[in-house]
Ligand binder design. Structure first.
Ligand code: ADP
Ligand code: MG
Ligand code: ZN
Length: 196
């Protein structure tokens, strides 16, 4: 049964590291709070680089958030009167997060999802392609390429603290990555070239 009077939908904010995804998520969350809508923000427990209970951008803007182990947990924690749900670092969840976003939207909730669209090799990251496909609205942000100054769409791994580790983006080590455009990005060198 479709509830035609409800207005749930999914918005995705994607882009490379440093593109301002978290800033944009926080901006939307704050405006919802100004409109006196109850907001809840979630992030995967893996993202503990600044604080375990806040979502924080580089300019130290922050909003309380709840770390969850699995995307499915979000459904357990969303209160009945919540109107807006934010999910940051969505790329670290598995595909279940797609189903979770859909369920919330069908319940009438505005779901704002932020995440990396590509890993440091320039490949689609986790559930993000599916989230982009099912979203009503998609915003793709760019950073500034640290090499040439053009808009940056990719995250370059510049130091391989974990060496041959195949893990895609090591959280808590933003200094290991920089924003680069398509032409300055070197996917094959990621994690090996500038070690030591
Ligand atoms: P994201 O969540 O996408 O990683 P944040 O919202 O945390 O990004 O941070 C975005 C901020 O990062 C920018 O407003 C800017 O102050 C800073 N920043 C640092 N390096 C860059 C870069 N190369 N390009 C753009 N912004 C950068
Ligand atoms: Mg972020
Ligand atoms: Zn460049």
């Amino acid at each position: 049964m479709i509830h035609r009077t409800l207005h749930g939908f999914v918005e995705v904010v994607c882009g490379s590291m440093f593109s301002g995804k978290t800033e944009e998520l926080l901006r939307r969350i704050k405006r919802a709070q100004i409109a006196r809508q109850k907001v809840q923000v979630f992030k995967p427990v893996i993202d503990n680089r600044y604080s375990v209970d806040h979502v924080q951008s580089h300019d130290a803007n922050r909003v309380a958030s709840r770390p969850v182990e699995k995307a499915r947990d979000i459904l357990k924690f969303v209160d009945d009167n919540t109107r807006v749900v934010g999910i940051d670092e969505a790329q670290f969840f598995d595909d279940t997060v797609v189903d979770v976003a859909q369920k919330l939207a069908y319940r009438g909730i505005r779901v704002i999802v932020a995440g990396l669209d590509m890993d440091f090799r320039g490949q689609p990251f986790g559930p993000m392609p599916k989230l982009l496909a099912i979203a009503e609205e998609v915003t793709k942000l760019s950073a500034v390429c640290v090499i040439c100054g053009n808009p940056a769409s990719r995250s370059q791994k510049i130091a391989g603290a974990t060496g041959t580790d195949a893990s895609r983006i090591v959280v808590g080590a933003r200094e290991m990555y920089e924003a680069r455009c398509r032409f300055c990005h070197e996917p094959d060198l990621s994690g090996q070239s500038q070690e030591g």
